[in-house]
Write a protein that binds this ligand. Structure first.
Ligand SMILES: [Zn+2]
Length: 327
């Protein structure tokens, strides 16, 4: 069953009150940075809406027939839309299928809930097709869009949804939660810093082989600056498991290099790599660092779509190799 993340208790309670009052808008857009549990909140709410005997706590019971069907992903009144295998996009045929299903009445006579995540990967035909449903929603239907990049959604879609803004939790709440998830003592502050304060992202970092990979990548990144290593080969290696992660690392390194170069006193994202990043930042032109950071931002945005992530990464590593260095 869906455990509520502690920092979502309040927003959940307010959404639930509106649901039970019958004042919940039919289209919601949960937006906020990645790794804070937006999807879990949406699932908890969806499950509660369809549960046949919700608990007094406000959560779904996890036991009833509906809850069991939802856990098995076979509840006929819960529609989860996400990119299908091997595709990065939510396509128009998925939306058409949804619309067709919504034209029938609810199987269990109650609500129907649609979860679209990540919503920004709907291609424009899919988004246009959904628009009509958002304008004239079927009764007793709640559509929840979940997005870490709502700016990529058409304004027409955004304007038809009630926005629910979800932020990175306060540091104390994030630390407490993360500490409880850790199998062993770990440096939760370091993990949170690397994840921009997003607890679920930090938790994933702690569990994967990601930290040693990052160490190696920082070493490779330093190597490139001194003319060692092949940026094209590195891009291919780095992009292999997942191109999002390397792009986010690079974003963090560059941001820290800018802070160090400009002598900002702000906290670093990569305090453990301070010496290496300081060395790299010295002798680089601040404006060129900002340019490269902008390019990485674009790449992070673009790689959500069908663009070849490896090519994006390659371009960034090549630009990094060729930055003029004064020593
Ligand atoms: Zn239930």
């Amino acid at each position: 069953m869906n455990q509520l993340l502690p920092w979502h208790t309040e927003v959940y309670a307010s959404l639930l009150t509106r649901f039970t009052d019958g004042t919940l808008p039919h289209a919601l857009l949960f937006n906020g940075p990645p790794g804070i549990g937006k999807h879990r909140l949406a699932e908890a709410l969806a499950t509660r809406m369809l549960c046949q005997s919700p608990e007094a706590s406000g959560l779904a019971c996890g036991q009833c027939h509906a809850c069991q069907l939802m856990a098995a992903a076979t509840h006929p009144d819960l529609f989860r839309l996400h990119p299908e295998e091997s595709s990065k996009l939510i396509r128009i045929d998925q939306i058409r299928q949804l619309i067709e299903n919504l034209s029938l009445s609810a199987h269990y006579g109650g609500y129907r809930v649609v979860l679209i995540q990540p919503a920004e990967v709907m291609n424009s035909a899919a988004a246009n097709s959904l628009l009509k449903t958002l304008e004239e929603p079927p009764s007793n239907t709640v559509i929840i869009l979940v997005s870490a990049q709502p700016a990529l959604l058409p304004a027409t879609i955004r304007s038809r949804c009630q926005q629910v803004r979800l932020a990175v939790p306060p540091q104390a709440a994030a630390r407490n939660w993360l500490q409880q998830q850790m199998p062993t003592e770990g440096d939760v502050d370091h993990l949170l810093a690397l994840s921009y304060g997003a607890p679920l992202a930090a938790c994933a970092l702690a569990q994967a082989e990601t930290l040693p990979q990052r160490q190696q990548m920082i070493a490779d990144w330093q190597g490139l600056a001194s003319g060692q290593g092949d940026p094209v080969k590195l891009a291919a290696n780095w992009a292999k498991p997942d191109a999002q992660m390397p792009l986010e690392w690079i974003y963090g390194w560059l941001s820290d290099m800018i802070r160090l170069r400009a002598s900002f006193s702000a906290r670093l994202i990569n305090p453990d790599a301070r010496a290496a990043l300081q060395k790299l930042a010295d002798g680089l032109d601040l404006k060129r660092l900002y340019d490269l950071l902008g390019r990485v931002e674009d790449a992070i945005r673009l790689q959500q779509s069908a663009v070849n992530s490896q090519t994006l990464l390659e371009g960034i590593l090549l630009q990094w190799c060729h930055l003029p260095r004064s020593h």
